[in-house]
Design a protein around this ligand. Structure first.
Ligand code: COA
Length: 191
């Protein structure tokens, strides 16, 4: 097994691999391939591949956003999981993320990968998205530690500090804030 920077010629293959794992029902893509190509041109060292001989079996795609390195896509072929590949890929990604000089790595996790990031020293944040018209008037007094909030045309977004992942807290926050989506984000300071 070889973990290395993803060569440009394998970007398309890598994109197919991540889509087949992270978007198996072929829903509308969150990031287009055009966007991914542009990001690769800017920061190719944030793209990692894992190879079994010539076969690509794992990928990480990272993007720089202001002071943050966003770990956008991370996937290992099902038959290769639980062999320590993901762990090693993340270590190499972190080396290159640090070399950018940015402050932190941030990622959104799928539910069953939360443990994986907690064990790798990432801190969980609850990320709450609420339609503006549904934001409760007293949302700041609901007993949550809101560390950042942003307003986008479509929604208000709250970032809430959490010490560990608690699936019940996600449900509770969803109700308390009338939110349409609550997920855990994970962050690691790298500066
Ligand atoms: C998450 C993922 C990339 C991890 O890759 P991997 O190669 O299986 O990970 P590793 O074998 O290096 O696992 C490292 C450790 O995490 C644990 N782990 C891995 N995946 C886990 C999971 N889904 N749930 C709980 N623990 C997990 C392993 O048991 C191992 O623990 P250990 O260090 O105590 O032995 C891979 O499971 C995957 O592609 N999942 C589907 C897509 C996904 O969820 N991507 C992440 C989106 S944010």
């Amino acid at each position: 097994m070889k973990i290395k920077l993803l060569p440009k010629g394998d970007l398309c293959k890598a994109d197919c691999l991540q889509q087949s794992i992270l978007n198996p029902r072929k829903r509308k893509r969150y990031r287009t391939f055009g966007y991914i190509k542009k990001q690769y041109a800017k920061n190719p060292k944030l793209f990692i591949g894992c190879y079994d001989r010539d076969r690509l079996v794992g990928i990480i795609f990272g993007f720089v956003k202001k002071e943050t390195v966003l770990l956008g896509e991370f996937a290992v072929d099902k038959t290769y999981r639980r062999r320590g590949i993901g762990k090693k890929m993340l270590v190499l990604f972190e080396v290159h993320a640090k070399a950018t000089g940015k402050k932190r790595i941030l990622l959104g996790s799928k539910e069953d990968a939360e443990r994986f990031y907690l064990d790798r020293g990432y801190l969980p944040l609850l990320f709450v998205q609420i339609q503006h018209k549904k934001v409760p008037k007293d949302y700041r007094r609901k007993g949550y530690d809101i560390i950042k909030e942003t307003n986008y045309p479509d929604a208000k977004r709250l970032f809430i500090r959490g010490e560990k992942c608690n699936p019940r807290l996600k449900g509770k926050a969803k109700k308390d804030f009338n939110a349409y989506d609550v997920i855990y984000l994970f962050k690691k300071e790298i500066k």
